[in-house]
Design a protein around this ligand. Structure first.
Ligand SMILES: [Zn+2]
Ligand SMILES: [Zn+2]
Length: 335
C-alpha cells in the first residue's frame, strides 16, 4: 500500500509499505479521507515538538471497515467510521484520573507514532466512532472539531459566558461550534478573513481581525471587561500574551495551541485577575459528541475545506501550504 511519509523537515513523499494485518481487537480500515491540519504542517516544517523523523503522518481519518481481527463483532464489517487517533498507557496519573487524552505517554497517530495517511490502517475497534448517516468527508473532520469541543468543556463554558476563540482554523471552528451550542456569546479572532467568515457561519456573533489593535477591539466588544473565557487555538507568543491581556477578571483561559520554546507572560496578571489557566489536550468522549452535533445538521464542517487533493498530490500540497500558509485552510486528502 502507499503511505505519506515525511522523511525529514521539508521532505514529504509517498512510500510503499506492506499492507497491515488487523490484530485481535482491531479492524482493517480502508482509509477514504484524511485531513491535514496545522499539526501536519508544523511536522513538515520541522516545528512540531512531538515528532521524530521519518514519520508517516495522518491523524484525521475516515474510512470503511474492510477486515476484522480476532474477536471483533461481524457487525463492524462495512461500517463507516471516524477514528480516535490517540493511544494511552492506562497506568499514568492522567490515565488513573480517567483523562486518557492527557496520558503522559500518549501516542497520537502520525505524531508520536506512524499515522494512517495510507491506503489501509489497522485500528483498535474501541477507537472507532461510527455514523450510519454522515458522509466520509464529514467524518474526517470529527477529530479537529473534537479538540475544540474539549477546550470548551475544560473551560466549563455556559450560557453566562462570553468566549473569545483565538484562531478560527479547524480546532477553533470546533471550539466556536461547541461554545455556541453551550449558549455562550462567541467572538472569533483570526488574521485570515476567510476564517472569520467561517467563524460567523458557525455562530460567532462578532469577529476581530488579529493585529496590533486586537486587544482594543476585544475590549470594545465586551464593555471594557474582556471575555470571561479565552480559547487559545493558535500556539504563538503573541496570542498567548493576548489571551492573558484581554481575559476578564476571574476568567478562564483554555490553552490548545502548541508551540516550541518559551512564552514570556506578564505573570502579574494571572494573580491580579485570579485567572484560571487550563491546558487542553486532544479529546476523549468529544469525538462521539461531535458526530452527534454533525448528525443534528446544525453544523456542516465541510465549508472549512479549502483544498481536496488525491493522495499522489499530497506531498506537493504540503509544500504549497508551507510556501503560502495564508492560502490554505483545511486540506482533505482523498486516499
Ligand atoms: Zn489535526
Ligand atoms: Zn497514561
Amino acid at each position: 500500500m502507499r503511505a505519506l511519509s515525511i522523511d525529514r523537515p521539508g521532505h514529504a513523499r509517498l512510500v510503499d509499505r506492506s499492507d497491515p494485518a488487523p490484530l485481535a481487537g482491531e479492524v482493517l480500515l480502508e482509509v477514504v479521507y484524511a485531513g491535514l491540519c496545522g499539526t501536519d504542517l508544523s511536522t513538515f516544517l520541522g516545528k512540531n515538538p512531538n515528532v521524530e523523523y521519518p514519520r508517516i503522518i495522518g491523524h484525521e481519518i475516515a474510512g470503511r471497515v474492510v477486515g476484522l481481527g480476532g474477536g471483533v463483532e461481524s457487525r463492524w464489517m462495512g461500517a463507516q467510521v471516524a477514528v480516535s487517533p490517540y493511544k494511552n498507557c492506562g497506568t499514568c496519573a492522567a490515565c488513573r484520573l480517567g483523562r486518557p487524552n492527557a496520558c503522559a505517554s500518549n501516542e497520537t497517530l502520525g505524531v508520536q507514532r506512524d499515522g494512517a495517511l495510507a491506503e489501509l490502517a489497522a485500528v483498535p475497534v474501541e477507537r472507532l466512532v461510527p455514523s450510519t448517516v454522515l458522509p466520509l468527508d464529514v467524518l474526517a473532520l470529527v477529530e479537529p472539531f473534537s479538540i475544540g469541543m474539549h477546550a470548551v468543556r475544560r473551560a466549563e463554558v455556559s450560557a453566562a459566558d462570553t468566549v473569545l476563540v483565538i484562531g478560527c482554523g479547524g480546532v477553533g471552528a470546533g471550539a466556536i461550534a461547541a461554545a455556541v451550542s453551550a449558549g455562550s456569546r462567541v467572538i472569533g479572532l483570526d488574521v485570515e478573513p476567510r476564517k472569520l467568515d467561517e467563524a460567523r457561519r458557525l455562530g460567532a456573533s462578532a469577529v476581530v481581525s488579529g493585529g496590533a489593535d486586537a486587544a482594543e477591539q476585544v475590549r470594545a466588544l465586551t464593555a471594557g471587561e474582556g471575555p470571561s473565557v479565552v480559547i487559545e487555538a493558535v500556539g504563538s507568543t503573541a496570542t498567548y500574551r493576548l489571551a492573558l491581556d484581554v481575559v476578564a477578571p476571574c476568567g478562564r483561559i483554555a490553552c490548545v495551541g502548541w508551540l516550541k520554546g518559551d512564552v514570556p507572560l506578564e505573570a502579574r496578571l494571572i494573580v491580579l485577575k485570579e485567572v484560571a489557566i487550563l491546558g487542553s489536550r486532544n479529546a476523549t468522549d468529544e469525538l462521539k459528541a461531535v458526530v452527534a452535533m454533525f448528525e443534528s445538521g446544525r453544523v456542516d464542517p465541510r465549508s472549512l475545506v479549502t483544498h481536496r487533493v488525491p493522495l499522489e498530490d499530497a506531498p506537493a500540497m504540503l509544500q504549497r501550504w508551507a510556501d503560502a500558509p495564508g492560502e490554505v485552510g483545511k486540506v482533505l486528502v482523498e486516499v
